[in-house]
Design a protein around this ligand. Structure first.
Ligand SMILES: *[C@@H]1O[C@H](CO)[C@@H](O)[C@H](O)[C@H]1NC(C)=O
Ligand SMILES: *[C@@H]1O[C@H](CO)[C@@H](O)[C@H](O)[C@H]1NC(C)=O
Ligand SMILES: *[C@@H]1O[C@H](CO)[C@@H](O)[C@H](O)[C@H]1NC(C)=O
Ligand SMILES: *[C@@H]1O[C@H](CO)[C@@H](O)[C@H](O)[C@H]1NC(C)=O
Ligand SMILES: CC(=O)N[C@H]1CO[C@H](CO)[C@@H](O)[C@@H]1O
Length: 520
């Protein structure tokens, strides 16, 4: 992306820093216009950058992204192959909405060549997953009885592994040589009075000094702590408080990661709360002050929508947009199921077959709903479905999926098929179904294949609306009903996704063949 830097340099109090760049290129915030919250970003052994995010009730869990330049990112896998901590992740008896992976941590350990992911699940135990490659295969390696709430793993110069974690009373645990069990843990600092909840912890070492990065969502502030020794004494400074978002309508960024580049520049990757899209990563340079604390590079006192590129741009990554025809026999890494799927009831074979898995009238309780994050300011998705194997009572289609959902799909009743738009499907604040929604439009269908299209306005400052259309040929689309609502509360955490669903209201046995999914 080419933008003029002259205005940036003039407006920036850290203009010396900015003008150090000889390059005339810059990136824009958010660096990914999609929901990748709670980032833990660091430089890996191959000089690429790795980004771990949380994804709550979506399976597989804890997506891993990779970049060569901190700006162009691609998804390479997930650290948690299946959410196997409790039957409700299987939608067995109850659901697990907004449980699952929360702020967790990812690191590479040079001494044994393993990647470690550590996270606390539901305020209970912490789980350690390891892999020989960041892309996997990942396996659960151990369970630790302490909850490493909002944790950050640090592997010290002597190869010892430490985990910083906790809320308000911030603790550091030392792990054993394998990194699989806890040797000791102790409190290292307490939240300042004005902080509210202090959480989102990360632990770093720079030039022999330890740093803890954490934040207070109540006060939208980020704290940085330093100490000469790991257990203290720690002193703190604000890295930012109520610093305006680079994204219009977004919340002040206040949690994330500090990242060092090979040219010894440092960056803060944070995220802005910006619904309906979700929590989107934003990046800014930091400078180190003479007191040994970092300073956020702001423009006119706020996060800038644009900064110079940290590194030579490397856009050779899988694009966020394009068409997936479900080639081969495995789903692409960008797909995540709503809760764990029943693995026996879908099939990828140059097309995706979804067998109905649940008899229900409730999208929120239907298993094997396949999701994909929306991407960009106005995400558009199109799916093509062959309907010939539907059975009576089945409902399939495309949903704009969150705690308030809307869908366009095909419903079969006896020998009659109809295109149906539903809206107003809602979860209540305990994330149980409050409303099954209502039919808001119907249309006739004349063939066994259909294209369904959805659009959403993802801007936090936008209309909070989406719309649907359908097509018999994938070229000419007919609008369906009127615009539907997008929720923008933060309590449900994950932002809107596209969801491909197929559930039965009468009996199992039917299936659909999804031949393509396109995202623009
Ligand atoms: C979830 O279901 C799978 C089979 O689909 C099973 O292997 C797994 O043990 C179940 N998990 C829990 C926690 O019940
Ligand atoms: C839909 O699938 C059936 C086989 O299940 C096939 O006979 C039919 O030709 C397909 N329709 C289209 C339009 O591809
Ligand atoms: C959408 O939002 C409008 C305005 O808040 C409201 O009147 C309408 O009932 C909502 N629609 C649904 C289906 O909830
Ligand atoms: C949500 O709905 C469930 C089931 O009806 C109910 O038990 C629960 O109290 C509701 N929670 C809230 C916050 O309304
Ligand atoms: C200085 C300030 O804004 N402090 C607030 C931080 O958040 C806590 C919890 O919401 C409030 O009690 C403080 O007043």
């Amino acid at each position: 992306m080419i933008v003029s830097l002259s205005s940036l340099i003039l407006a920036n109090p850290l203009s010396k820093h900015v003008s150090n760049y000889q390059r005339q290129d810059a990136f824009e915030n958010p660096v990914i216009y999609a929901d990748y919250p709670d980032n833990d970003v660091f430089r890996g052994p191959d000089e690429a950058y790795y980004f771990s995010a949380s994804n709550m009730h979506y399976s597989p869990g804890a997506p891993v992204l990779r970049s060569n330049d901190l700006v162009n990112w691609e998804i390479i896998g997930h650290s948690v192959p299946s959410l196997n901590w409790s039957p409700h992740y299987n939608m067995s008896g109850s659901n697990a909405y907004i449980k699952g992976t929360w702020a967790s941590t990812l690191r590479y350990r040079p001494s044994n060549g393993l990647w470690y992911w550590i996270g606390c699940i539901e305020f209970g135990k912490s789980y350690v997953y390891t892999a020989p490659e960041a892309s996997g295969p990942w396996t659960m390696a151990s369970v630790i009885d302490t909850c490493y709430y909002d944790c950050g793993l640090h592997i010290d110069d002597d190869d010892k592994m430490y985990v910083v974690y906790g809320v308000n009373d911030i603790m550091i645990a030392e792990l054993d040589d394998e990194g699989l069990s806890q040797v000791s843990t102790q409190q290292v600092l307490t939240a300042p009075d004005e902080a509210g909840h202090l959480e989102g912890n990360r632990l770093y070492k720079k030039d022999g000094t330890y740093y803890i990065l954490n934040d207070s969502p109540d006060n939208q502030s980020t704290y940085i702590w330093k100490s000469d020794s790991i257990y203290g004494e720690w002193t703190s400074k604000l890295l930012g408080k109520y610093v305006s978002s680079p994204v219009q309508g977004g919340g002040s960024p206040h949690q994330g990661s500090l990242i060092q580049t090979p040219n010894n520049n440092w960056y803060f990757m944070s995220f802005t709360w910006a619904y309906p899209a979700g929590r989107m990563p934003v990046l800014a340079p930091i400078e180190w002050g003479s007191d040994g604390f970092p300073i956020l590079s702001t423009v006119d006192g706020g996060w800038s929508s644009s900064y110079p590129n940290p590194l030579p741009e490397d856009g050779d990554v899988t694009p966020w947009t394009g068409t997936d025809r479900f080639e081969g026999n495995e789903l692409g890494v960008a797909w995540e199921w709503n809760h764990n799927p029943d693995e026996t009831r879908f099939n990828v074979d140059n097309g995706l077959t979804l067998f109905t898995t649940t008899v229900t009238e409730d999208l929120f309780n239907a298993r094997n709903t396949l999701t994909r994050r929306g991407h960009g300011t106005y995400p558009v998705a199109i799916i093509a479905i062959n309907l010939s194997q539907m059975t009576s009572g089945d409902r399939c289609g495309l949903a704009a999926f969150r705690d308030e959902s809307a869908s366009i799909g095909v419903e079969r009743s006896g020998d009659s098929y109809e295109i149906v738009m539903r809206e107003g499907m809602k979860l209540n604040k305990s994330w149980e179904t409050e409303s099954l929604g209502r039919i808001s439009a119907t249309a006739a269908i004349y063939q066994d294949k259909i294209w369904l299209r959805g659009t959403m306005d993802f801007q936090a400052s936008g209309t909070k609306k989406g719309s649907f259309s359908y097509s018999a040929d994938g070229v000419t689309f007919t609008p369906m009903g009127s615009e539907f609502n997008l929720s923008s509360g933060w309590e449900f955490f994950p932002g809107y996704r596209w969801a491909i669903y197929n559930y039965a209201t009468q009996a199992l046995g039917g299936s659909i063949l999804v031949t393509e999914f396109s995202q623009f």
